[in-house]
Write a protein of this length. Structure first.
Length: 211
């Protein structure tokens, strides 16, 4: 089976990134000692360390052409990045190894890849990936109250309720705003609709965690 026809249940999805697809070809004639040096440097890079000196040392001492080494490093980096982004309950170790076998990765290298993805350094890699990923501020605190306007400048007697909301974000900003009851009811309806859709999605077998 070619890498491009890897099963859709692979941790890489239905389409294999080209740098990963060519990895097995570029790993030919690479011994385990060199592979582990490259793997250590790639893992260090993913953790946010400066690995330029290590890479330079490997390039100067290796018999593998520099262009080919670049392809190997690119493929290893992409493979580990994709694997670490998947939560551990959804990525089983044996399934991960089987995916690499279908990519024709040598068995000894599969063991080393697996030790990184499922080993003690995974927590550090996940934290580093989370720092690099773009994200928006999160809601740290939310307050609300119902306010009733007894009168306005236009009407002597209004008695119109509204909802006053205050949000404190993780970046320290505080937003206060007023929501008319009609908009609040619309918000409540849409939230309930989203929760219902999420519940329906969770019931689909394709999204269930396989033991």
């Amino acid at each position: 089976m070619s890498a491009s026809n890897l099963k859709d249940s692979s941790f890489l999805g239905g389409r294999i990134p080209p740098e990963i697809e060519s990895l097995s070809k570029n790993l030919k004639d690479v011994d385990q000692e060199l592979f582990r040096k490259l793997l250590k440097a790639v893992v260090g890079s993913l953790e946010g360390k400066d690995c330029r000196e290590a890479m330079k040392s490997i390039t100067e001492s290796s018999f593998i052409p520099q262009e080919r080494l670049c392809h190997i490093i690119s493929g290893m980096h992409r493979l580990l990045s994709e694997a670490v982004r998947i939560p551990t309950p959804l990525l089983k170790q044996e399934a991960f190894k089987e995916d690499l076998r279908e990519l024709r990765i040598p068995e000894d290298f599969i063991t080393d890849f697996s030790s990184v993805v499922f080993g003690t350094r995974r927590t550090i890699l996940e934290a580093a990936a989370a720092r690099k990923d773009p994200h928006l501020p999160t809601v740290e605190e939310f307050k609300w109250r119902v306010d009733v306007s007894i009168s306005t400048s236009c009407l002597a007697r209004a008695l119109q309720p509204s909802v006053l909301m205050q949000m404190k974000l993780s970046d320290g900003r505080i937003h206060c705003f007023e929501v008319p009851m009609s908009k609040f009811q619309e918000l409540r309806y849409n939230v309930a609709l989203i929760l219902k859709e999420m519940n329906n999605l969770e019931k689909r077998s394709i999204l269930k965690i396989q033991n």
